[in-house]
Design a protein around this ligand. Structure first.
Ligand SMILES: Cc1ncc(COP(=O)(O)O)c(C=O)c1O
Ligand SMILES: N[C@@H](CCCC[NH3+])C(=O)O
Length: 441
């Protein structure tokens, strides 16, 4: 499977964004996160175009938790998307990149007073309120500052999206949002309306889960959310103007995964929305979405250098297993450990070869950090370059310094050019926050 601008060039090497992966390794080293800028841009444009064609009253925010640095803020801004941030750090990145803050939404299930105040002081367009404590704190802050803050209320539609349990958020038993079913959400909305003019609630939000490989749960969520809009209007006389259905569309990590195309997803969502608007007699809201993974996931490739190759005996047939060890692991991609995530791998310097041996790809941490349990590749030697695909979402942003590894560099490739957008950490970076107190010196 080749994704985005990935190609095999005349040397039999993997090429991304017109750049030979082996040249990238020579220039930037490994592990290396390579992001295919043209495909990110195309994805932003296509996703937007799909919804604009089907339901013009809409706005798409990129969920920056999936991939964030200052360079992506520029790309997202240039492509006309809004930005969803979920912490002071994500917000600060947007601020430092000069992202228009009226196009930023702030999320978080336990926002600190510092985060709320920062958002208000910098003029963040919308704060997605998760709970009553936050609602009341925000009202007090807005009153003190003499400002009107736009908000959405995050609600729990009470449906299980059937994805990995650690990335399911739409069910009743969740730390996120307030329940539609037990009346908590309606109570909070009634209170929010009383907080005018300090708070201006414009609508409701839900996010049901991530890496969803069909649109069925989104359809259910839309029905519940629009039904809830009717309930709100009947109970309070106020009809929400905004309906935010979060993100969640899945991507291809392996060839056998078949998420809906943007078009299919758009058809299903807008079909469900129109049906629900009619069913509950609700006027057209502005439809907001926050895709993360679907815009960047398939655009990332991580390059690693192969080190130790070890054959070990195992009790079962055929009796041996080959461990191919890379120069990274769970510190640059914790997803296999956290979510049993699966990945495909290419040998970037031997692209045309028959895949005739089964191997296990292991990391170099003091853990059994297996990146890929079992995969077929061709001939492999120490020094070869492995390219793990679909690492554009929740990899770079989830990297850690476990075992005091230095975090890898990240490059954007486009039209044969490669630009460093986040440099590799140095050993000095690893100790830069350490302090030896005087009594230990
Ligand atoms: C509130 C919210 N919005 C958007 C997203 C983006 O999700 P995804 O990357 O699955 O599109 C998430 C993460 O799952 C989220 O929690
Ligand atoms: N980090 C998760 C996704 C979390 C979604 C954010 N709400 C993953 O890698 O799949």
């Amino acid at each position: 499977m080749l994704l985005g601008t990935q190609r095999v060039n005349a040397e039999g090497h993997l090429e991304i964004g017109g750049c030979d992966a082996i040249d990238l390794v020579k220039e930037f080293g490994t592990p290396l996160y390579v992001m295919d800028e043209e495909t990110i841009r195309e994805n932003c444009r296509n996703y937007k175009a799909v919804f604009e064609a089907r339901y013009p009253k809409n706005d798409i925010s990129f969920a920056s938790k999936a991939f964030l640095n200052m360079a992506i803020c520029k790309v997202v801004e240039q492509e006309g998307l809004s930005l969803d941030v979920a912490s002071a750090g994500e917000l600060y990145t947007a601020i430092r990149a000069g992202f228009p803050l009226d196009r930023v939404l702030l999320h978080g299930n336990n926002k600190s007073l510092f985060e709320l105040e920062m958002a208000m002081d910098f003029g963040v367009g919308c704060i997605v309120v998760d709970n009553l404590l936050e609602l009341r704190q925000l009202k007090t802050l807005a009153e003190k500052k003499g400002k009107t803050q736009k908000i959405l209320l995050r609600v729990t539609p009470g449906i299980d999206p059937h994805t990995h349990r650690r990335i399911s958020t739409g069910q009743e038993d969740t730390k996120f949002g307030l329940s539609v079913a037990n009346g908590d959400a309606l109570e909070a909305i009634t209170e929010a309306l009383e907080f005018a003019p300090h708070l201006k609630i414009t609508g409701i939000h839900c996010h049901i889960g991530s890496q969803l490989l069909d649109a069925h749960t989104h359809e259910q969520a839309i029905d519940i959310m629009v039904g809830f809009m009717r309930t709100i209007a009947d109970a309070t006389g106020w009809m929400p103007e905004d309906l935010d259905i979060g993100g969640g569309l899945g991507i291809r990590y392996t060839e056998d995964q078949h998420p809906p195309s943007y078009e299919e997803f758009g058809d299903t969502l807008i079909g469900a929305l129109r049906a629900a608007l009619e069913k509950y007699d609700v006027p057209e809201p502005r439809l907001l979405q926050e895709p993360g993974r679907a815009l960047v996931g398939e655009t990332g490739t991580t390059l690693y250098t192969v080190g130790v190759i070890k054959r070990v005996n195992i009790p079962q047939d055929p009796g041996t297993r080959t461990y191919v060890t890379i120069d990274g692991g769970m510190s640059d991609n914790p997803r296999p450990q956290l979510y049993d995530a699966v990945y495909e791998v290419l040998v970037a310097n031997r692209m045309g070869e028959a895949k005739d041996q089964e191997v296990r790809i292991a990391g170099k941490h003091c853990e059994t950090d297996i990146l890929i349990q079992s995969t077929k590749i061709g001939h492999i030697e120490t020094g070869d370059i492995l390219a793990v695909q679909s690492t554009g979402a929740y990899n770079y942003v989830m990297a850690s310094n476990y075992n005091r590894f230095t975090k890898p560099a990240c490059v954007f490739v486009k039209d044969g050019e490669a630009d460093l957008v986040s440099r590799r950490e140095t050993l000095d970076d690893v100790v830069r926050l350490d302090i030896i107190p005087e009594r230990l010196a």
